[in-house]
Ligand binder design. Structure first.
Ligand code: FAD
Length: 607
């Protein structure tokens, strides 16, 4: 019998991975299930780690009422766990890599548009069932070649519209912070499955345990390569440089897609075997089409609209990315004494890359890691916009990270945040965004012209403004946070992690007045109170963060997960409006794979 217990312990008394919690002798085989840091400092108390630990009990002990030790931290009994792993989660999802007991010689072809988390997890799930041949079509390049496009973007400021921070193998999350937190239930079957799959392909084991798991770009690139190889070994196909530009819908059923296949610069790379030498249009026919194109593929929304697929406007959020020195966030979150003990690097370009403690650290502190770089989350639903209230919140916070351009077209600038697995840069950045509802008055003129795609065009306009204010060449317009709330251009600006350069600009003029008002109100009256020191001169606002979520949803049936009115079209992931991050997009991909199996497997059983 297994028992789950919770224990709090002072951060410095715990090793990085190993628990040294003294357990009562009746408890054996302690396994840390989750570890999270609790930085709330009550009456100056130091930060603590909270552990959830599974332990094994002997039969006799399990039947007794256990009195758990209170040393060294508080321990609390959570639940008795059952052993045994089901292949179907309580949500009813059939998990991949399980033998469903069905063999098939006539595999059905499923076309999957987009190789982001939604598309890839859907493809892996279908391929591993042994019943389907997933054919993944991806407009961008494989990760190896995509890295070069990103290098060119940073160094030569030339954006490849098909291969950038948003498009290419792995989707938008590849050059990202790789945060694996999700609001859809940390311990639900599908979320656990996604995390375990990532570990199977090379992610570190600790993501299964950490309360706020994080991968970092370096890990993501490696595991995507492994995923691709596994998918191909199971009979799946991936075609890179293949941009879907037409949907074949006949009599209310989708039968396939057309795609523009671009010539590859990477012909010598054996990984890119599927890329054609010359640009040409290819048709792909299949039994079903999964649409997993993410929310940056604006051309796809227009094509869907043209093809009569039902779309609806949904709420979204826009704003800026704010950047603070990481040491300042450490101090705000952990307190002066503890903020100094965070392992960090002297500078991002420090040749020796030596670990640095600004206070004298003992050897044991050095080896135990003491505290991770501090993170934060801020939110209010009551930011006054002049007429009513709006939600303002921090989003996708990247401790020890850097700000990057996530634009997909020349002349438009939007930014986002990424980090490497050791989160060791000098900066902490986060989106700071304000909500826009689908019937928002600020969208009235856009709605007249663009209907359900109003939000999309609004985002695009804000990105064009930001590009111009930055002075071109993907330089970002910036303003000190204190000057932003005072509507004043910054005379001097602190250094920034954004490598394409920054220009001091009137960022307070970018968005319509109600959005500016709400952001400034939240900063002054909420966030500075929640995190004293947050609204400071060293904090630099970068413009603009417009793509936190899709402003459009592709309507789909809640039961079959097919697009309303189009049989065999399965919208999935963030672009379709059903996810908001790496993990939730991957889970939605699994859900869609499950819906496809439900629809098509009975046919297989009959043949
Ligand atoms: P996407 O990942 O956007 O994938 C869609 C794929 O479809 C892309 O590869 C694209 O090239 C392809 N595609 C588009 N149009 C076509 C077409 N016409 N034909 C063929 N292929 C097409 N989320 C987190 O949870 N944690 C983070 O730390 C995090 N950091 C981020 C950092 C950055 C810089 C960015 C840009 C995003 C970040 N996100 C993060 C968000 C996360 O990446 C997305 O929520 C997630 O990737 C959505 O997955 P998806 O599969 O729905 O779509």
């Amino acid at each position: 019998s297994r028992l789950r217990i919770k224990s709090d312990t002072v951060a410095s008394s715990i090793n990085d991975d190993e628990s040294i919690i003294a357990l009562p002798p009746q408890l054996k085989d302690a396994r840390v299930v989750r570890r999270s840091i609790d930085a709330r400092r009550r009456r100056g108390a130091p930060p603590k780690y909270s552990y959830v630990i599974d332990v094994t009990l002997s039969k006799e002990v399990a039947s007794l009422q256990l009195k758990l030790s209170h040393q060294p931290g508080r321990m609390e009994r959570l639940a008795i766990q059952n052993d045994g792993i089901n292949t179907t989660t309580k949500e009813g999802i059939l998990l991949p890599n399980t033998n469903h007991g069905i063999e098939s010689n006539t595999k059905q072809k499923i076309i999957i548009v987009g190789a982001g988390p939604a598309g890839l997890f859907c493809a892996l799930s279908l391929a591993s069932s042994g019943l389907f041949t997933p054919i993944v079509l991806e407009r961008g390049k494989p990760v190896e070649a995509r890295g070069k496009s990103i290098g060119a973007l940073i160094h030569r400021r030339s954006i490849d519209p098909e291969s950038n921070f948003s498009f290419g193998e792995g989707g938008a999350g590849t050059w990202s912070d790789g945060k694996l937190t999700t609001r859809i239930g940390r311990n639900s079957g599908p979320v656990r499955f996604v995390l375990e799959t990532l570990v199977k392909y090379g992610a570190p084991n600790k993501i299964l345990v950490e309360g706020s798991p994080h991968l970092g770009t370096d890990n993501l690139v490696r595991l995507l390569r492994n995923m691709r190889a596994d998918l191909r070994s199971m009979g799946g196909e991936i075609h890179f440089g293949t941009r879907v530009n037409k949907f074949h819908i006949e009599g209310g059923t989708i039968t396939g897609v057309d795609a523009i296949c671009t010539p590859s610069q990477e012909r010598s790379n054996p990984i890119c075997l599927d890329v054609d030498d010359e640009e040409m249009t290819k048709s792909f026919r299949g039994d079903a089409v999964v649409l997993a194109t993410g929310h940056s593929a604006r051309d796809v929304y227009y094509e869907l609209h043209k093809s009569g697929v039902e779309l609806e406007a949904k709420g979204f959020a826009v704003g800026f990315r704010v950047e603070h020195p990481q040491c300042l966030i450490n101090e705000i979150q952990y307190g002066k004494d503890w903020g100094d003990r965070v392992v960090t690097k002297r500078s991002s370009t420090d040749a020796a890359n030596t670990e640095h403690f600004s206070k004298d650290a003992t050897d044991s502190e050095r080896h135990s890691g003491v505290l991770p770089v501090a993170a934060y989350r801020l939110a209010t639903n009551e930011a006054n916009d002049g007429n009513s209230t709006r939600g303002v919140y921090s989003f996708c916070q990247c401790p020890g990270g850097q700000i990057v351009p996530s634009s997909t077209e020349e002349g438009e600038l939007c930014i986002n945040g990424m980090s490497f697995s050791n989160r060791d840069s000098l900066w902490a950045n986060s989106a700071l965004v304000v909500t826009v509802s689908p019937d928002d008055a600020i969208l009235d003129s856009y709605r007249l012209l663009h209907g359900s795609l109003a939000g999309l065009e609004f985002q695009r306009d804000m990105e064009r403004k930001a590009y111009e204010l930055g002075g071109g060449g993907m330089r970002a317009p910036v303003q000190r946070l204190t000057d932003f709330v005072n509507r004043k251009r910054s005379e001097t600006i602190p250094t920034s992690s954004y490598r394409l350069g920054v220009t001091s600009a009137d960022c307070h003029d970018i968005y319509p007045e109600p959005l500016y008002n709400a952001l400034a109100h939240a900063l002054v009256y909420r966030f500075e109170k929640n995190m004293p020191g947050f609204l400071c001169d060293e904090a630099l606002l970068h413009g603009v963060e417009t793509r936190t979520s899709s402003p459009v949803r592709v309507l789909r049936d809640g039961g079959t997960l097919q697009a309303i009115g189009v049989d065999n079209l399965f919208p999935s992931g963030e672009g379709a409006g059903f996810a908001g991050g790496i993990v939730s997009a991957a889970v939605d991909g699994l859900l869609v794979a499950n819906a496809i199996m439900t629809k098509f497997v009975p046919l297989h059983s009959n043949t």
